[in-house]
Structure formats: structure tokens, C-alpha cells
Ligand binder design. Structure first.
Ligand code: FAD
Ligand code: DHB
Length: 390
């Protein structure tokens, strides 16, 4: 097989890159180790920044998003028995849209297939070769056959467990990381949301987040120990813990219902620099991870490939390398802003290791400051809705 850009991974980054390249007349092939059904059902993030929404619209993918996505103009911080609304749109002029990651993935897969795009699902034994030559090669196995995909460039969009990053020779990349002594237990529930906007709750038993997907479906998260076993969390225990951490405001209750899906995700922060080696360009979770508290993961993945799509277009149209050369330093500016914001939100809202009372007091002071200072709240809001230029 031959293509211009070989893309490893059909998450938001890989699929969006393939779509953006198609719009500019550039051919690509996406290879994905899971099935189409699996990637379209995988429940993950749900918050789109204004810039991501704008990108999806500009790429012709805004129809279902406009109909089914919910625009939110604020979020609530709940702490010390009180609730405070951060009026994001009033403070920044921008908003977020709640639209599940798997819906973005479904829209992208449908758009690629409708325009004859090639996505090869259920591949294995993926390996990258000749990345420092002008003729890189991706080898993989599909339907029991060995396949060689020849391309001009490789885009490594294969998430945090992919093969792309580890195909770079030792000593080239530098890793910056931070672990956290907690994880999130996330549930999707057939229960009408009891909130109209997202609620981020600080509680002495740990963080909780009330989010939603539709008027019938709630999405909720609980801070848990990373070693926690999902089997120890029957539905009744999950609801009871959510109620304890969220029902701290008089007269307000969580709406319960059947739990449709639950999973535990460990948390970490990671950046690998640079995001390029020779003819390999890394994007999304393949090269940076954020804890989910700032809702930045999918947005960063989309922002990376918006840059990459423009850079490849300039190379193919004019033979210019400037944008390709600028890709890593430009993307890393946004990545580090999101790293800081996600770390800051995480540190402010979670029960920290050892539950240090000094740090707990600092957290409450920070939350009170947000509730009383317009400029501090504006700082949260502009990071949360996404900064246009970083
Ligand atoms: P991915 O979506 O991970 O896509 C990578 C793709 O590559 C996958 O489809 C994978 O199957 C495929 N792949 C991997 N290895 C190979 C290989 N060798 N060959 C071919 N294909 C391969 N972010 C938030 O903001 N909020 C959340 O609540 C949230 N929850 C999350 C829950 C989980 C369980 C996970 C894992 C992530 C969560 N995130 C969340 C992060 C967010 O979902 C990611 O930042 C986003 O998916 C990044 O998109 P991506 O395209 O870079 O990577
Ligand atoms: C959701 C996920 C997040 O990580 C977050 O900060 C807010 C909302 C969600 O899945 O709805």
C-alpha cells in the first residue's frame, strides 16, 4: 500500500488529521488496532473547548454537534457546603460544548468513510521503519496477512500505549512527568442530570464531578485510590459515595438510575519533547497526557492535528518546511499551558496524599479566592474554555 501520510491510531487525533488532510487533497491511511465498534463505544471525555467546536464546524463536522451538543456558559465549584458559579461566558465571551468523545469519533469515522477514506481496523504487530529517510514504512498484520504501507510521513496518533513514541531512538526524546496518588472512577448512568452545568466538588472524602451527556444521561466521576478494584464498587456504593460528596448544598439531590458503564482511570501528567523526530510527527495522547480535571485531553489532541494538517498542506502545496519545523515548538506552548491548568485544577480539588491539613486549608483558600475575585475566576475561565493563542 502507498499513501502520502500514514496515520497510526483512530482516536480523535488520527481521525481528525486524516479528515483535515482529505479537505486539502492529501491522501492518508489510518491504521487502528481496535474495531470500529470498539472505538465508537469507548466512553471518555465530554467537554469541547470553543476552539475545538470551531474546528469541527470549519471542517464540515458541525451538524450533529449543533443539534446534540449542549453549550454551557458556566461551571459550578462546590466546596465547604456552598456552591459558586464561574460565569465563563460572561468573563471570557467564550463557552464550552458538552458532546461525548465517542460522538466526535463516530462523526469523524462516518465522514472519512463517506469520502472514500481508508481506515484499516483491527491491525496488529504495528512497527515503524525508515523514519529518518524520505521513504518511511509502516508494517502491520491485518486479516492474517503482513502489510507494508509506504508513505512520505508518519503521524503517531496512537495514544498513551501506542508504538510510535517508542520507535524514536533512545536519547532523542525527553520525558517530563508527574504522577498522582489517585484515580477517577467514571460512570455513565441512565439518569436525568440533576444539574444544568458541570459541578466540580471538593470534599473531605475526595473529589467528585457531576457531568452529563443528554437530558436522560448523566456522567459522574469519583476520586478513588488507583489500586481500587471496580468489583468493590457495586452501583449502590457508587451512588452512596456520589451523594455524600455532592449533596452538600441544602435541598439538592443527585438523580440516580441504572449504571450503563463504569471504569477506573489512573491519573498522570506527561509531556515528551520534541513532538517530532525526522519524518515522524507525534500528536495527542501519544506525546502528552493530562489528568482529566481540566477537561483538556481531547482538546489538545485536536489542536495538535489542526497545526499538523496545515503544516503538511504547506509542504505538499509549496514544498515549504517552516510549518513542519514549527510544529513541535508551537504545539508545546499550548500543551504546557494545559499541563499547568490541569495540574492546578487537580491539585486544588482532590484529596491529596496523606490528606495534609495544611494543603487542605490552601485548597479552600484558593476556592474562596476564586469565588470572590473576578480576575482569578477569569483566569480559570479563560483556561477552561480554551485560550485561542497561547
Ligand atoms: P486516543 O483516543 O487514545 O486514540 C489512540 C488510538 O490509537 C486508539 O484508538 C488506540 O486503540 C489506537 N492504537 C493504540 N496503539 C496502536 C497501535 N500500535 N496501532 C494502531 N492503533 C493503535 N480526557 C478528558 O478530558 N476527560 C475525561 O474524562 C477523560 N477520560 C478518559 C478516560 C480514559 C479511560 C482514557 C484512556 C482517557 C480519557 N481522557 C479524558 C483523555 C482523552 O480521552 C484523550 O486525551 C483523547 O482520547 C486523546 O485522543 P488521541 O486521539 O490522542 O488518543
Ligand atoms: C467530563 C470529563 C472531564 O474530565 C471533565 O473535566 C469534565 C467533564 C465529562 O466526561 O463530561
Amino acid at each position: 500500500m502507498r499513501t502520502q501520510v500514514g496515520i497510526v491510531g483512530a482516536g480523535p487525533a488520527g481521525l481528525m488529521l486524516s479528515h483535515l488532510l482529505h479537505l486539502r487533497g492529501i491522501d492518508s491511511v489510518v491504521i487502528e488496532c481496535r474495531s470500529r465498534d470498539h472505538i465508537e463505544r469507548r466512553v471518555r471525555a465530554g467537554v469541547l473547548e470553543q476552539g475545538s467546536v470551531d474546528l469541527l464546524h470549519a471542517a464540515g463536522l458541525g451538524d450533529r454537534l449543533s443539534r446534540e451538543g449542549a453549550r454551557h456558559e458556566g461551571i459550578e465549584l462546590r466546596f465547604a457546603g456552598a456552591a459558586y458559579r464561574v460565569p465563563m461566558t460572561e468573563l471570557t465571551g467564550r463557552a464550552i460544548t458538552v458532546y461525548g468523545q465517542q460522538e466526535v469519533v463516530k462523526d469523524l469515522v462516518a465522514a472519512r468513510i463517506a469520502s472514500g477514506g481508508r481506515i484499516v481496523f483491527e491491525v496488529d504487530d504495528v512497527s515503524l521503519h525508515g523514519l529518518d529517510s524520505e521513504a518511511p514504512l509502516i508494517r502491520f498484520r491485518h486479516d492474517g496477512r503482513e502489510v507494508e504501507l509506504h508513505c512520505d510521513f508518519v503521524a503517531g496518533c496512537d495514544g498513551s500505549h501506542g508504538v510510535s513514541r517508542s520507535s524514536v531512538p533512545e536519547g532523542v526524546l525527553t520525558t517530563y512527568e508527574r504522577g498522582y496518588p489517585f484515580a477517577w472512577l467514571g460512570v455513565l448512568a441512565a439518569a436525568p442530570p440533576a444539574v444544568e452545568e458541570l459541578v466540580y466538588a471538593h470534599h473531605e472524602r475526595g473529589f467528585a464531578l457531576y457531568s452529563l451527556r443528554s437530558p436522560e444521561i448523566s456522567r459522574l466521576y469519583l476520586q478513588v485510590d488507583p489500586a481500587e478494584d471496580l468489583d468493590r464498587w457495586p452501583d449502590e456504593r457508587i451512588w452512596s459515595e456520589l451523594r455524600t460528596r455532592l449533596e452538600t448544598v441544602p435541598g439538592w439531590t443527585v438523580n440516580t438510575g441504572p449504571i450503563l458503564e463504569k471504569s477506573i482511570t489512573p491519573m498522570r501528567s506527561l509531556v515528551v519533547e520534541p513532538m517530532r523526530w525526522q519524518r515522524l510527527f507525534l500528536a495527542g495522547d501519544a506525546v502528552h497526557i493530562v489528568p482529566p480535571t481540566g477537561a483538556k485531553g481531547m482538546n489538545l489532541a485536536l489542536a495538535d492535528v489542526a497545526l499538523l494538517g496545515a503544516a503538511f498542506a504547506d509542504w505538499y502545496a509549496h514544498g515549504r518546511t517552516e510549518l513542519l519545523d514549527d510544529y513541535s515548538p508551537t504545539a508545546l506552548r499550548r500543551v504546557w499551558r494545559a499541563q499547568h491548568f490541569s495540574w492546578w485544577m487537580t491539585s486544588m480539588l482532590h484529596r491529596l496524599d496523606g490528606h495534609d491539613p495544611y494543603e487542605a486549608r490552601l485548597q479552600l483558600s484558593t476556592l474562596r479566592y476564586l469565588a470572590t475575585s473576578r480576575s482569578y475566576a477569569t483566569s480559570l475561565a479563560e483556561n477552561y474554555v480554551g485560550l485561542p493563542d497561547v
